[in-house]
Design a protein around this ligand. Structure first.
Ligand SMILES: [Fe+2]
Length: 276
């Protein structure tokens, strides 16, 4: 049995003592291990974790979906309270991330800590080049070919590579695959490379049907046609269980809610799912 617990998410759920804010953090428990997938944007992830009976020091493995602040910056508070995990990042995680606001103005969107700080507060640090097995049933995947041309990354996302500002294509993005035997479930952070690009590659590597997708799909910035096509293609893949949240967008979630052929529940703060 695998439990996926939402430590941070944009929306409040039934536990009114928790704090919701823009960001994402999931705790995945299974195979006798605790995996933290993303850390949210600040100290409220730690506060929620404490209220959800999760001691940061008890986390065995940490994986960042990418280095945007809303997924990574909460690491600082968790590390101060004892988080020392075997840690996995994608290639290019430490390139400085910005939003291009036009007229020469940029907003820093990065993780807010250095590689040296991270190395000082983890038990080991690995840069995932493709596939890393974390436990018997949990595997990290990165490096997603862009096969769906309509899944364009917004040009306002840029990165500073030390010499110039370039478009950020999110080579560092990782997702977590839960092996459920005959089928797999995919946990995503923000899906910046395109949710279909990610799912297509996961399916190609695993040769197993994807039954569920949980997390942020970044359809919040997609137009109507892209959103409809994404939902169509996810259904065509056989995905029937969705736990979307964070950056998935109200429009996408509304349309999926109205679709009786798929089960959807928004994974708000404190919400958990059990899978086997
Ligand atoms: Fe995000």
């Amino acid at each position: 049995m695998i439990r996926i617990l939402t430590l941070m998410e944009n929306r409040m759920g039934e536990h009114k003592g928790l704090t919701a804010e823009h960001g994402l953090s999931f705790l995945i428990e299974g195979d006798g291990k605790r995996i933290l997938f993303d850390c949210g944007s600040g100290e409220n992830t730690l506060k929620n974790a404490v209220k959800l009976n999760v001691d940061p020091a008890s986390v065995d493995i940490l994986a960042f979906s990418h280095s945007h602040y809303d997924h990574a910056a909460g690491f600082l508070s968790l590390a101060e309270q004892g988080l020392r995990a075997e840690t996995y990042i994608g290639e290019g995680f430490f390139q400085e991330k910005y939003a291009d606001c036009g007229q020469g103005k940029y907003t820093y969107l990065g993780c807010g800590f250095s590689e040296a700080y991270l190395r000082d507060h983890v038990s080991s640090l690995t840069v995932n080049q493709g596939t890393v097995r974390l436990t018997d049933h949990c595997v990290l995947e990165t490096s997603f070919p862009r096969v769906h041309a309509f899944e364009q990354v917004p040009s306002r996302f840029v990165k500073w590579d030390g010499k110039e500002m370039a478009q950020d294509l999110f080579e560092d993005e990782q997702c977590l695959v839960l092996d459920l035997g005959e089928e797999i479930a995919v946990v995503v952070g923000c899906s910046h490379p395109g949710i279909l690009n990610m799912l297509s590659e996961v399916r190609r590597r695993w040769q197993k049907p994807i039954c569920a997708v949980l997390g942020g799909t970044h359809l919040v910035e997609a137009d109507e046609e892209r959103t409809r096509q994404t939902i169509r293609e996810m259904k065509a893949m056989g995905i029937r269980n969705l736990g979307l949240n964070h950056c998935s967008g109200a429009q996408a979630e509304e349309w999926i809610d109205q679709d009786e052929t798929v089960i959807h529940t928004h994974l708000s703060v404190g919400a958990c799912m059990f899978m086997e």
